[in-house]
Write a protein that binds this ligand. Structure first.
Ligand SMILES: *[C@@H]1O[C@H](CO)[C@@H](O)[C@H](O)[C@H]1NC(C)=O
Ligand SMILES: *[C@@H]1O[C@H](CO)[C@@H](O)[C@H](O)[C@H]1NC(C)=O
Ligand SMILES: *[C@@H]1O[C@H](CO)[C@@H](O)[C@H](O)[C@H]1NC(C)=O
Length: 191
């Protein structure tokens, strides 16, 4: 009887000790910091970027290449299921020999079963002046037959850290002689 009463508290103490060694210690993986500590200015910059996107889908120097498609892609009215990888030049003016200010690197997929509607996921990688090396990340829907399409700016790097905003795309030429579609972009970004 007496050995039994001793046994119960000893064992529960033992289990308690075992249990406590399994309770994870709090690891400080996140903490609040101030904008001052990060050297972040209180006032955000608002920048309007304007350039032309050249999507070379035909010809000798392709910059947009179909990398995958669904078994029935060619039977759909919209090219559904095709996936295109791009590294398209971005230029100041609409001409193909206009000065290159960056590249659109990423992918677009035909994501709409009924009409040509793209899911675009790409980075605008700038190579000029104070923007050289900085990027803007875009994720959005591009219904290519519409006059103006709007895509979200979801982030950025370098000059464009903390970027948010939107991009508007307008087709200038659809598949010209050089094998390119040229699209005018107006990008409004807070950063
Ligand atoms: C951000 O705004 C400040 C103040 O107007 C300006 O000096 C700076 O050049 C801007 N930076 C960019 C990357 O536009
Ligand atoms: C393709 O690139 C090569 C090498 O840069 C160049 O010589 C050629 O003119 C380009 N072709 C077209 C159609 O632009
Ligand atoms: C952009 O940055 C790269 C890498 O730092 C450098 O090689 C290149 O000369 C720069 N271009 C311009 C136009 O400043």
């Amino acid at each position: 009887m007496s050995s039994n009463t001793m046994y119960v508290p000893t064992m529960s103490l033992f289990f308690l000790l075992c249990l406590s060694s399994f309770i994870p210690k709090t690891h400080a993986f996140a903490k609040a910091i101030t904008k001052e500590e990060m050297g972040i200015k209180q006032q955000q910059n608002l920048t309007h970027l304007h350039f032309y996107f050249h999507d070379y889908v035909k010809g000798d120097n392709l910059t947009a290449i179909r990398i995958a498609q669904a078994p029935n892609t060619d039977k759909t009215p919209s090219g559904f299921g095709a996936l295109v990888m791009i590294d398209d030049p971005l230029t100041e003016g609409p001409q193909s020999d206009s000065k290159i200010i960056g590249y659109a690197q990423g992918m677009y997929g035909f994501a709409d079963l009924k009409q040509p509607g793209l899911l675009m996921t790409m980075n605008f990688v700038f190579v000029e002046g104070e923007y050289n090396g900085s990027t803007i990340s875009v994720l959005g829907r591009n219904q290519v037959m519409n006059k103006v399409r709007e895509l979200g700016v979801v982030g950025g790097s370098g000059v464009f850290r903390f970027a948010s905003g939107y991009a508007q795309a307008k087709t200038v030429t659809m598949l010209d002689d050089s094998g390119a579609s040229v699209v005018e972009y107006d990008v409004y970004v807070q950063h």
